[in-house]
Design a protein around this ligand. Structure first.
Ligand SMILES: [Zn+2]
Ligand SMILES: [Zn+2]
Length: 206
């Protein structure tokens, strides 16, 4: 039963890889994180792709959106040849556009790419996740080579993360930092939230 949950994002990832690998700018594609590691309850599907130039991003974004037929919880992290993070692929067909996603000032520059100014990319945190290379144009995977270079030993065990009750620094209300949120924050190398979801939402609205 549990493996079936992992199969859905896996199918989406394989289909995406088989399409993007035909593009000339595509150098490598891999799944990163719980899907790669065989977590029976992956909370999202993260893919890393390395591109030689940004000329085919619109096509890459289209293929990424087609994953939503199988699975909505995808994120595609775009890297350049030097493994610098360019950004993530926006989920919207039109980007920059009028959808709420693209209100974010970092969305759509360049088109179809989100650059979150609050998101500090932590290479070690990112690469410590299990990585399954689906396609590479290099002799050996560039992502895995980088991981070796940094001496990163990955962990494929999945501890159960307990919900943590937190107190909002803004309004003083208690809120729950759930296990899957903790996973999401951890994977992105972010520190734990200080404000409750209501206060964060209010800030974005105001
Ligand atoms: Zn956008
Ligand atoms: Zn609050």
């Amino acid at each position: 039963m549990s493996t079936m949950r992992n199969d859905v994002p896996r199918v989406a990832a394989d289909e995406f890889a088989s399409k993007v690998r035909t593009l000339s700018s595509l150098l490598e594609v891999a799944t990163v994180g719980s899907v790669a590691g065989g977590d029976p309850h992956p909370n999202d599907l993260d893919l890393a792709i390395i591109i030689s130039n940004t000329g085919e991003i619109a096509t890459i974004a289209k293929y990424a959106r087609q994953m939503s037929r199988h699975y909505h919880g995808w994120d595609v992290f775009l890297f350049d040849y030097d493994l610098s993070l360019i950004g993530t692929i926006c989920h919207r067909r039109e980007c920059p556009g009028r959808s709420v996603d693209c209100y974010d000032p970092g969305c759509g520059k360049p088109p179809h790419v989100r650059v979150n100014p609050e998101f500090e990319y932590d290479e070690k945190m990112f690469l410590i996740s299990p990585i399954d290379v689906l396609y590479t144009s290099f002799e050996t995977s560039r992502l895995l080579a980088r991981k070796d270079e940094l001496g990163i030993v990955e962990s494929r065990s999945y501890p159960v993360l307990e919900d943590i009750p937190m107190e909002c620094v803004r309004c003083g209300e208690t809120f729950v930092f759930t296990g899957s949120e903790q996973k999401w924050y951890l994977k992105r190398g972010l520190s734990q939230p200080k404000r409750c979801p209501d206060c964060i939402a209010r800030e974005y609205e105001g």
